[in-house]
Design a protein around this ligand. Structure first.
Ligand code: CIR
Length: 266
């Protein structure tokens, strides 16, 4: 079934302009409010890095009614073979799916829809070469995960449901695929054994917030405030692009959250 041989090769991405209400975005911690200018600057740097990596980026307009709508990864899931509209677990984010639907219909012939009886956020889904991993979390429940498995099967994707560590927002808050064999992960997530078949690269203690790395083509995007992880991946031969993430970090977000990425079929 699943054949995502290199699920980090992308030529196309969708992002959304941050809205001014982003400063009121959801968050668990109390690291303070981000500034709009700060989030906007991090977004600009992110889009530039995607484009430099060879990705054609479509930027959608800001949605003032949805403070977290910059995090387009959560209301949908995309593959070369089609898109899936999700049902986000946070009530304030559920309308983001309706907003992104027409855009995905423009790009994809096949658009499937998760039934609204359960919840699933894109941030809880990691695509690996062998399988799609769905993490149960406060945003993704069993019903949503099981319904999603059915839709993934329609797109030819094998999937597996696992648990996100307690108090971690999303499964991918704690991990990011580095290549076809390796995943960057926190020690707590690696310890749960979910990455069998992959080689876990553990982020140094104290730098857990960098685990949501984003590999895009030849580069690995990492938060710039995590020098030991940058050195670690550098030493392993990855081309690291360090980006500012301190403002989106105040909203519990990382680098994968700000785009939907795929490779157009040949
Ligand atoms: C939220 O709580 O939904 C946003 N403040 C952060 C979403 C981050 N998205 C992601 O990890 N995929």
């Amino acid at each position: 079934m699943t054949e995502n041989l290199q699920p980090y090769i992308f030529d196309t991405a969708i992002v959304r302009q941050p809205c001014e209400a982003v400063v009121n975005g959801l968050r668990d911690g109390d690291a303070g409010d981000p500034t709009f200018a700060g989030v906007a600057a991090e977004h600009v740097a992110y889009v530039a890095a995607l484009e430099r990596a060879g990705v054609e980026v479509t930027t959608l307009p800001a949605l003032e009614d949805y403070p977290d709508s910059i995090f387009v990864e959560d209301p949908a899931l995309v593959f070369a073979s089609g898109a899936i509209l999700l049902h986000p677990g946070a009530p304030t984010r559920q309308g983001e799916t309706t907003e992104i639907e027409p855009v995905l219909r423009d790009h994809f012939e096949t658009v499937l829809q998760l039934p609204c009886r359960g919840f699933a956020d894109g941030g809880d889904i990691l695509v690996t070469p062998e399988r799609v991993i769905i993490g149960l979390s406060a945003r993704t429940d069993k019903q949503g995960a099981e319904d999603l498995q059915g839709l993934l099967a329609q797109l030819g994707q094998t999937s597996e449901i696992v648990r996100t560590p307690p108090d971690v927002l999303h499964f991918k808050t704690d991990c990011g695929l580095l290549d076809e064999a390796r995943v960057l992960t926190t020690a707590r997530l690696a310890a749960s054994g979910v990455f069998y078949g992959l080689d876990p690269v553990i982020v140094p203690s104290g730098e857990e917030a960098v685990a949501n790395a984003l590999r895009v083509n030849d580069i690995v995007m990492l938060g710039q405030d995590f020098p030991r992880t940058i050195d670690l991946l550098d030493a392993k031969g990855y081309e690291v692009v360090a980006l500012p993430t301190s403002e989106i970090g105040k909203l519990d977000a990382g680098l994968s959250c700000m785009s939907l990425r795929w490779k157009r079929p040949a």
